[in-house]
Design a protein around this ligand. Structure first.
Ligand SMILES: C[S@@+](CC[C@H](N)C(=O)[O-])C[C@H]1O[C@@H](n2cnc3c(N)ncnc32)[C@H](O)[C@@H]1O
Length: 202
């Protein structure tokens, strides 16, 4: 039996409203991909998987830039929005939860990403996701996530959401370095960074 986690219900409820911000998110992720390509040689990247893809903004940027793109999410309603918002683009969306092992072979992707997913998960599930990202990628793993710069409005939203943000910003650097061989942080804006990791081939 597939186990679906408790966060899914929340995202099922807010999917339509979340979708209102799709184009704004898309612009931000286009900048993120540019910054990533300035930092890393992406010439050998062809297959990309985005975990917790939500309404598909990051997937759409990957697909528009020519990558063979897959996205998974545990919320059917978020995926319904994603399919609507990315009509015309060739993206493979699948319903799957990181609570279970994701349905992708070892080393089957050149880049595996997760944007604003990790801080919302309890540490044990976050570590499980990071290990599964390491298993599926044959090269790059990236998180687009909050960095350590605090803002009062982010504190309030994250306090209300009951995620793991306050621990996440303290522990993520150390958590990443226990799984990946190289970690580089590229600033995206005042409060977010791209955490760039390389697969640990051990
Ligand atoms: C804050 S949203 C971010 C969505 C998208 N990555 C973005 O940047 O807009 C977090 C996403 O993680 C998904 N999620 C939460 N728990 C999950 C799980 N166990 N497995 C897969 N996706 C999950 C939610 O359904 C939601 O779409």
């Amino acid at each position: 039996m597939q186990v679906i986690d408790k966060h899914t219900g929340l995202f099922d409820r807010i999917a339509r409203v979340y979708g209102w911000f799709f184009h704004r998110q898309q612009s931000g992720y286009q900048v993120a991909l540019k910054r990533l390509s300035e930092s890393e040689d992406l010439s050998s990247v062809a297959r990309v998987l985005d975990i917790g893809c939500g309404t598909g903004a990051l997937c759409s940027v990957f697909a528009k830039n020519g990558y063979q793109t897959s996205g998974v999410d545990s919320s059917q309603k978020m995926l319904d929005q994603a399919k609507k918002k990315t009509k015309g683009l060739n993206i493979d969306f699948q319903l799957a939860s990181i609570v279970n092992d994701l349905p992708f072979e070892n080393d089957s992707m050149d880049l595996v990403s997760a944007s604003f997913v990790a801080h919302g998960l309890p540490k044990d599930l976050r570590m499980k996701m990071l290990k599964d990202m390491n298993r599926i990628s044959n090269n790059l793993v990236i998180l687009i996530e909050f960095n350590q710069t605090r803002r009062w409005y982010i504190d309030i939203i994250e306090w209300a959401e009951h995620g793991d943000y306050f621990n996440f910003i303290k522990t993520i650097d150390n958590e990443l370095s226990t799984i990946f061989t190289l970690v580089k942080k590229v600033e995206l804006n005042a409060t977010s960074s791209i955490y760039i990791c390389k697969k640990d081939h051990e």
